[in-house]
Design a protein around this ligand. Structure first.
Ligand code: PMP
Length: 450
């Protein structure tokens, strides 16, 4: 491709494409990617980068798999579309397959995105309580720093103020408690004690709000986009206990943690919890096509089968459960099983953790947290005071990695001042050489920024 053509590509983008979330920046236009294979992407100028974030934490099996394209192609030719008011075989096969991982306990409701899956969860939870004779239950509790999506309800559940304040008023009934950020626990308190205290914030909120107004708690097994905040197991056990005690539904958002990211098929499987509702997206299709699922415990579904009028779930979306997307998701899961990618995620994560542990001695690294092939490196200005690192300091590491051909992420919460966590979430299909490259690049860049 000639330079003239490539420059015009950037120019045409500038004229016509409104980018997601990124601020408008004339000086550094977005990168136009033209090809990708495995963990590597090639931009329009021929530069190769390893995608250490799997896109938006989603390309779990890596880029450019022909058999996924073929699965979608074959299904499109065979039977292009059926709305999910009816059914088709890929939807049935996929629902059965997902239940293999979930002890056959759930009914699968198909949508298109993680936000959709959470909206469905909220609507089902509210209707469930109504049908159960508790119509006063309409509120949801989530955590500050958590992200649950961009649509009105999912954004209301999100606990990051900067993503919300221009779009108010938001949906009434969404409440927040503090996350179990153990790194910033009070001095002298153990991680376990701190996590018990944070879980109890849910109970306090439920009581203050009047217990029979609470419909559900929504949480990721570990907070990902808010800065990789991993709870102590006792936290999840306590939350489960509180949900049971107060008749509150536990909605687990597996949009990022699902499909092997944390070293188990689902993130909640690290803990002693039984979600009432599970939302899934991203890794379900490794982002080759849009698809999401809201998995709902079968006994909750039963209340929607009552004979009285209006007890069915009045929710439809045109594209949810698209046959090609379902066929592709099944193939994606087949690949994950064939290549043992869940175990591989745990193994690669362990390697990353061991070999990057030397960074604990770096003057600007405060804390390193990981679960499976998912890592957060919290940067600070001062190891003693734990003051979050400046944007400039964090930016230098990101730019340094990028200059050497590695994309890493930055997450946290800007309003609270915690926009200082570097994130890594590479494809689970990374080769050993890919991981060598990730580790050596990160160590190099940190060494150059002491
Ligand atoms: N939940 C979580 C935990 C997410 O990370 C995201 C997306 N980053 C969503 C929900 C929303 O998913 P989507 O962007 O597909 O709507």
């Amino acid at each position: 491709m000639s330079t003239i053509q490539t420059d015009s590509l950037v120019e045409r983008d500038r004229q016509n494409v409104w980018h997601h979330i990124s601020p408008y920046n004339e000086a550094s236009p977005p990168t136009v990617f033209t090809e990708a294979k495995g963990a590597w992407m090639t931009d329009h100028k021929g530069n190769k980068v390893l995608d250490g974030m799997s896109g938006l934490w989603c390309v779990n099996v890596g880029y450019g798999r022909e058999e996924l394209a073929k699965a979608a192609y074959d299904q499109m030719i065979k039977m292009t579309y059926t709305p999910m008011t009816q059914s088709h075989q890929p939807a049935i096969d996929l629902a059965e397959k997902l239940n293999e991982y979930l002890d056959d306990d759930y009914m699968m409701f198909y949508s298109n995105s993680g936000s959709d899956a959470n909206e469905v969860a909220f609507k089902i939870a509210r209707q469930y309580h109504q049908q159960n004779g508790e119509p006063s239950r309409f509120k949801f509790i989530s955590r500050y720093r958590a992200y649950h999506g961009s649509s009105m309800g999912a954004m209301s559940a999100t606990g990051q103020a900067l993503r919300k304040f221009k779009y108010e008023p938001l949906v009434p009934g969404f409440l927040h408690v503090a996350p179990p950020d153990s790194y910033r626990r009070p001095a002298g308190m153990s991680v376990e004690e701190f996590n018990i205290q944070k879980a109890q914030e849910f109970e306090e909120k439920i009581i203050w709000e009047q217990k029979d107004t609470i419909a559900g708690i929504i949480m990721e097994p570990l907070i990902t986009g808010g800065g990789v905040i991993i709870p102590h197991p006792v936290y999840m056990e306590k939350v489960q206990e509180i949900c049971t005690k107060y008749g509150v539904l536990l909605i687990i958002d597996e949009v990022i943690c699902g499909f092997g990211r944390t070293g188990k098929m689902f993130g909640h499987q690290h803990f002693k919890v039984k979600p009432d509702i599970i939302s899934m997206a991203k890794g379900l299709t490794s982002a080759y096509l849009p698809l999401s699922v809201t998995a709902v415990r079968k006994d909750i579904y039963e209340t929607f089968k009552k004979s009285e009028e209006n007890s069915h779930f009045r929710h439809v979306n045109t594209f949810g459960g698209n046959p090609a997307a379902c066929a592709l998701a099944l193939k994606n899961l087949e690949i994950m099983e064939r290549e043992n990618l869940v175990a591989r995620s745990a193994e690669l994560g362990e390697r990353l953790t061991n070999e990057l542990a030397v960074l604990n001695d770096h003057p600007y690294v405060g804390d390193i947290r990981s679960k499976g092939f998912l890592m957060g490196i919290e940067m600070v200005e001062d190891k003693e005071t734990r003051e979050p690192a400046s944007n400039e300091r964090v930016g230098k590491i990101i730019a340094g990695c990028r200059a050497k051909g590695l994309i890493i992420g930055k997450n946290g919460d800007t309003v609270a001042g915690y926009n200082n966590i570097l994130t890594l979430s590479p494809p689970l299909s990374c080769t050993d050489e890919d991981v060598d490259f990730i580790i050596s690049t990160i160590l190099d860049v940190f060494n150059n920024n002491k």
